[in-house]
Design a protein. Structure first.
Lengths: 368, 305
């Protein structure tokens, strides 16, 4: 099928609208007139950031919780020492209650005084600490309890220590979260936005109608990419602006770098969206594929927590996901203030996904 | 010659949609494909429009063949309205036409096509708010915006009320008056009779008959059709000899007479029934139409399915 246009551009009516411009414009007008779409793209991520930002806001350091077993030797003395510690909240529980509280995480450590072992040089007592070694709070509580008891019994501090407490903007959970939400939002609106629009046009035979005109097919697909460019500016500005105004999440790197990373990310997911929408004939069909493609990235790409927590063996696969690359690049610019060159591998991963999926989509695309 | 196809064949899996069709549409005429749903009309038109590849046969449209590197150029010269296309609901009439116009090298002005289809007061209305008839006129406008030489209309008035149908017919007639060629499909025989210079009657993927509407009706050898039912036994052969009656068919206990001279046939029929002591349960008579031609050719009514 020929894409050759018999008429030179100059011979066309002067000022006549270009099909690519008109397709993009129509796409944007349709989007703006769809209230649900506007909600999901702009309001939803802001609400999500708000909820998570409040849930994980920087609180004064939480006190660790210790339980002392009632009826054990030297119970009163242990209680008195631990209650004097500023880091600990202490409760007195029966052995059964203490075991229950430990199991359900209501206390972090259980302290049981025991009679001094025969021949030990301690004048006072010996203790047993019971805690879950896999919980950071358990380990911290054990150290705090031990520290308080040992000091009270006369252990000297040999090292002069000066503490600097760090809870500055840039190291909080919300600082980690905002770039992730930008990435997640670019993925969601790119894929759902394009996927639904394309499949709906196919279901309604509009694609077939367009195919009956001299419209260039690549123009149609490119108009979706272009419309994403306009959408992405708003999406990124809304989420980043919100994080900055409400939580003081600053963009430490250059705004130009942020724009470049966002642009590459948006185009990547526009390409993926077109690819997923290239064949399905029903909205249900395309929804299933969209979920299938996005779910691994929701889980593994480090939007809500760092993907470093997954085993080292799967790290290369996780890093190859386009959302991981986008999140990493966004965090490098927003949180670390790194130059764009530092994110080159991530940008390359995105470009490969984007170009590859657009090329395959163009080939597979079903017009009727 | 504007459209010519020979021995067109198209299968869908094991269903034969088009079973060897020959057509020729002349410049400036309105050509109709008349047939029930599933007759293969849409498949035929979509092959001619270059949207569907035929399994066999050859197609020539405006002197070009599809797939020979000139598709783009050919599409510039066509106006196409598809069955069941739903245009974007959120766009307005004006925006929709502006979009379609941008696809063509030399489009008509948007305001001009809006005037042609009589949607001036709906220019800023969203497509989703239009009535069925208005949507159909907009679809027609999208087909006309290319300033086409040849207009393909697939079931242009299906589902429309009589007034909306008349509006669409007017637009088509105006297009023809300017010298345009039209190929349309319909399962309304009134539409075929009203708009078309020539009609091909289609059923099961083949053309059963092709001629001017008046000639098709005349081929029945009848001006009037008389249909009646009686209580009691009556054989069709008993009516064959009545004066003015050219054909008798019996279907489901009812009789259908093709009548050349109604003035002679009616008194003869009535006295024959009286002589046999039969009581008439119902009796209607109407002028022969394309519908009767279809019934005659297939034994079924156009709108049976």
């Amino acid at each position: 099928m020929s894409e050759g246009d018999g008429t030179p551009i100059a011979a066309r009516v002067a000022g006549r609208p270009h099909p690519l411009v008109e397709l993009t414009r129509a796409r944007l007008v349709e989007f703006v007139r769809e209230p649900e779409a506007v909600f999901w793209v702009f309001v939803f991520p802001v609400l999500l950031a708000l909820a998570l930002g409040i849930a994980f806001r920087s609180k004064p350091a939480e006190r660790l919780r210790a339980a002392v077993e009632r009826g054990a030797p030297a119970q009163a003395r242990i209680l008195a020492i631990l209650r004097a510690s500023p880091d600990l909240t202490v409760v007195e529980l029966s052995p059964a209650e203490a075991a229950q509280a430990l199991r359900t995480g209501k206390v972090d450590v259980v302290v049981e005084g025991t009679a001094p072992a025969a021949g030990s040089k301690g004048d006072l007592l010996s203790v047993t600490y019971r805690y879950d070694t896999s919980r950071a709070e358990g380990r911290a509580a054990r150290l705090a309890v031990d520290d308080a008891l040992q000091r009270a019994l006369g252990r000297p501090d040999l090292l002069a220590v000066r503490e600097e407490r760090v809870a500055q903007p840039g190291n909080r959970y919300i600082d980690f979260l905002i770039p992730g939400l930008v990435g997640l939002n670019l993925m969601g609106s790119g894929m759902w936005g394009l996927g639904f629009a394309v499949v709906q046009a196919r279901v309604r035979k509009l694609l077939k109608r367009f195919a009956a005109t001299p419209m260039r097919r690549s123009h149609y697909l490119l108009s979706f990419m272009l419309s994403r460019l306009v959408g992405l500016v708003l999406e990124v500005v809304v989420v980043v602006g919100f994080g900055w105004l409400l939580f003081g999440v600053a963009v430490r790197g250059s705004l130009v770098d942020l724009a470049v990373v966002s642009l590459v990310g948006a185009l990547t997911f526009a390409g993926l969206g077109l690819l997923v929408a290239a064949r399905p004939r029903t909205i249900e069909g395309v929804s299933g594929w969209m979920n299938l493609v996005q779910l691994p990235m929701w889980l593994f790409s480090g939007t809500f927590f760092s993907y470093e927590r997954f085993p080292a063996a799967v790290q290369p696969a996780i890093r190859a996901l386009p959302l991981t690359a986008l999140n990493d690049a966004l965090r490098a610019v927003i949180n670390e203030g790194s130059p764009l060159s530092a994110s080159f591998p991530a940008v390359l991963v995105m470009v490969l996904w984007g170009v590859g999926s657009f090329a395959v989509a163009l080939r597979l695309f079903r017009w009727q | 010659m504007t459209v010519r196809c020979t021995d067109l064949v198209k299968h869908y899996e094991d269903v034969v949609a088009v079973a060897g069709i020959d057509l020729a549409v002349f410049r400036g005429e309105c050509f109709g494909l008349l047939g029930p749903n599933g007759a293969g009309k849409t498949t035929t038109v979509e092959i001619l429009e270059g949207l569907t590849l035929p399994d066999g046969g050859s197609v020539e449209v405006l002197g070009c063949r599809w797939g020979t590197g000139r598709d783009h150029e050919l599409r510039e010269r066509l106006g196409v309205q598809l069955q069941e296309t739903q245009l974007a609901e959120k766009l307005t009439v004006g925006e929709t036409l502006r979009l379609f116009a941008s696809f063509f090298a030399r489009p008509r002005a948007v305001s001009e096509v809006i005037r042609m289809v009589g949607l001036e007061d709906k220019r800023h209305a969203r497509v989703g708010k239009l009535s069925g008839g208005q949507k159909q006129r907009l679809a027609l406008a999208c087909a006309l915006v290319s300033d086409p030489e040849l207009l393909f209309l697939d079931e242009p008035t299906t589902g429309l009320d009589p007034q909306a149908r008349l509006n669409v017919w007017e637009v088509v007639e105006t297009f023809r008056a300017r010298g345009g060629t039209v190929l349309l499909t319909t399962h309304y025989m009134e539409e075929a009779a009203q708009l078309c210079d020539r009609v091909a009657i289609m059923d099961h993927g083949t053309i059963l008959s092709l001629d001017r509407p008046a000639a098709l009706v005349a081929s029945l050898g009848a001006e009037q059709i008389v249909e009646f039912r009686v209580r009691g036994d009556l054989a069709a052969s008993a009516l064959a000899g009545l004066p003015g009656v050219s054909r008798v068919t019996e279907k489901d206990g009812g009789f259908r007479l093709s009548v050349r001279r109604i003035g002679e046939a009616m008194p003869a029929l009535l006295s024959e029934l009286e002589r046999r002591g039969l009581t008439i349960e119902s009796l209607t008579t109407h002028q022969a139409t394309l519908e009767d031609v279809f019934v005659h050719l297939t034994g079924r009514a156009l709108r049976d399915e």
